[in-house]
Design a protein around this ligand. Structure first.
Ligand SMILES: Cc1cc2nc3c(=O)[nH]c(=O)nc-3n(C[C@H](O)[C@H](O)[C@H](O)COP(=O)(O)OP(=O)(O)OC[C@H]3O[C@@H](n4cnc5c(N)ncnc54)[C@H](O)[C@@H]3O)c2cc1C
Length: 379
């Protein structure tokens, strides 16, 4: 029987980064993935690093997101140094273009909201926005510049994170699907694979939108997959430096010259098909935001599944089973939230305390709701 200090189910960027942190802290750690690590959401992602909330529901994650954004430069430097690989990190800012007739009102509302949350944001007049990003449509009325934000290439990042984790002694087991958690009374003793038990003092569930399909995990991780379709474009002589947003779309420039456009948000189960309707929607919004892209070549299309919870917030931290920790449900911000997730899980496992209040994200919030609903029915 394999025996570790920590066994991680799921080899996306979250599982890989936790393995790296724990291995650096001197623990014997292993990651089990049912396929090659890094082929799911972490592969499909746009990789925007923006703590700004997309909607009021996301305000609850801003503190966590700000902390992660602050950890990013150091995290990337460490991963790149240990792995010897690049991650495509770009800290060139993001720009949100406003097209509405009420642009000035919208602009001051967004700026006030950002400043109230302690986020750096600057208002731009249309001509200043166009000077910085000439590819923008000249219909733009105003824009918000968030100078400290940026992006990373999640495919490169995930590969580098796994290489770094292995260099620090973490063991990676591809083609090792986890069937369930190994429960022994009120304790989690490790993981159950198809043909073997893996014993571990600590068990971490980081299987993205598949977390709830692992036997015994569903009450702590009621996660739904949310499909996102993406397109990679290449345009000659149309420089885009920053991540650009409109209310319909984002465009993400990569270091290799590609421009990613995305993404749809579809609740259609575990379905990763690229559809005509999805592509039509992305392309129409892309050309509206940056008309020069109408001549761009389509280099790649794909879809991935984001891990979403009922309140769209992550599921982080210990459960009521001793030794079982959740690190999933990162929805649309898993790449941004990777460094802080890995840091907090490591702190919990090595010190049983964390440096940021993560109670709001407790995996027991749904578990307790479900349990009391059952009790009410029984009464
Ligand atoms: C189109 C799209 C765009 C996105 N854009 C952004 C963005 O701009 N910025 C941002 O921060 N986030 C973004 N995200 C979200 C981000 O990609 C995810 O939140 C993040 O990748 C989740 O990482 P993860 O490691 O939890 O999951 P995943 O990367 O999905 O990894 C889960 C792993 O678990 C494995 N697994 C599943 N079941 C089992 C099992 N039974 N046993 C063993 N292993 C198993 C899978 O094979 C997989 O490797 C985007 C996501 C999508 C799909």
């Amino acid at each position: 029987m394999k025996k570790f200090d920590a066994a991680i189910a799921g080899g996306g960027v979250i599982g890989g980064a936790i393995a790296l942190e724990l291995a650096r802290a001197g623990l014997r750690v292993a990651v089990f993935d049912r396929q090659k690590p890094g082929q799911e959401a972490s592969w499909a992602s746009a990789g925007i690093l923006s703590p700004a909330p997309e909607n009021p529901g996301m305000i609850a994650t801003v503190e966590l997101a700000k902390r992660s954004a602050a950890l990013y430069p150091e995290f990337v430097a460490r991963v790149e140094e240990i792995s010897g690989q690049h991650t495509g990190y770009r800290r060139k800012g993001t720009m949100e273009a406003i097209f509405s007739r009420e642009a000035q009102v919208e602009l001051s509302t967004i700026i006030a909201l950002h400043h109230g949350l302690g986020l750096k944001a600057e208002p731009l007049r249309a001509e200043d926005a166009l000077e910085l990003e000439p590819a923008l449509s000249d219909e733009v009325e105003a824009a918000v510049l968030r100078p400290e934000e940026g992006s990373i290439d999640p495919r490169l990042l995930t590969a580098a994170v796994f290489a770094a984790a292995q260099r620090n002694g973490a063991e990676i087991f591809p083609a090792s699907g986890v069937k369930g958690i190994w429960r022994d009374g009120s304790r989690c003793r490790g993981l159950l694979l198809e043909r073997e038990h893996v014993e571990a003092r600590w068990t971490v569930i980081a299987a993205g939108c598949f977390s709830g399909t692992i036997e015994g995990v569903a009450p702590y991780a009621p996660i739904k997959p949310v499909k996102g379709q993406m397109i990679a474009l290449r345009a000659d002589d149309l420089p885009i430096d920053r991540v650009l947003w409109s209310e319909k779309i984002y465009l993400v420039p990569r270091n290799d010259g590609r421009i990613l456009a995305g993404a749809t948000v579809e609740y259609v189960g575990f379905d990763k098909r690229v559809t005509a309707g999805g592509i039509e929607k992305i392309l129409a919004a892309t050309i509206e935001l940056a008309p020069g892209l109408k001549d761009a070549r389509i280099e790649e299309t794909w879809a991935g599944l984001r891990p979403d919870s009922a309140d769209h917030l992550p599921l982080l931290g210990p459960t009521d089973l001793e030794g079982l920790v959740m690190a999933t449900g990162h929805f649309r911000s898993g790449i941004l939230l990777t460094p802080v997730t890995a840091r907090l899980v490591r702190e919990w496992i090595t010190e049983q305390k964390v440096s940021l209040d993560w109670e709001r994200f407790s995996p027991l919030r749904f578990h307790s709701a479900e349990a009391s609903a059952t009790r009410r029915v029984e009464n």
